[in-house]
Design a binder for this molecule. Structure first.
Ligand SMILES: [Zn+2]
Ligand SMILES: [Zn+2]
Ligand SMILES: [Zn+2]
Length: 147
């Protein structure tokens, strides 16, 4: 979970990058920050934002998350259920964390550590390829579902 200071710092960074925080954009961003780790879809974001901004439309939410993705603020993921889900890019210098996807209950857990440095080094050398990021998902059964 992001602390209050982290959240404010994050919003300040957005401002410095020339990003205008309109009330609607701020509300959308707040929802994503408050639900960190939940990987919300635009529809789910819309359900939360509606409470604060009843006049907002689903199309605006879609447009805004796409814009934030282009700006490198949000990261879009697909978990094979045909739905795009979004999470914050906290530090653009860091690689994206990995996800553990339960095949039974659909829960998505995060793996905080990168752990791929050795593999990345090997790939970079062997294929002369500069790695910017990765998107790693592990499929299996969570602890609850194995009981
Ligand atoms: Zn990495
Ligand atoms: Zn499960
Ligand atoms: Zn995640």
């Amino acid at each position: 979970m992001m602390t209050k200071e982290e959240t404010e710092k994050f919003k300040q960074e957005l401002k410095e990058r020339g990003y205008k925080l309109t009330p609607q954009r701020r509300a959308i961003l707040n929802v994503i920050i408050e639900n960190e780790g939940r990987h919300l879809s635009p529809e789910e974001i819309y359900e939360f934002v509606k409470k604060e901004c009843p006049e907002i439309g689903l199309a605006t939410v879609y447009r805004t998350v796409q814009l934030l993705e282009k700006m490198g603020v949000l990261y879009r993921m697909n978990f094979d259920d045909g739905v795009s889900r979004y999470e914050l890019v906290k530090n653009t210098a860091d690689h994206q964390h990995h996800h553990l996807v339960c095949l039974k209950c659909g829960s998505i857990e995060e793996v905080e550590d990168d752990l791929l440095e050795v593999l990345e080094d090997k790939i970079a050398q062997k294929y002369d390829f500069f790695i910017k990021n990765h998107d790693v998902k592990f499929y299996g059964f969570c602890k609850k579902c194995r009981k």
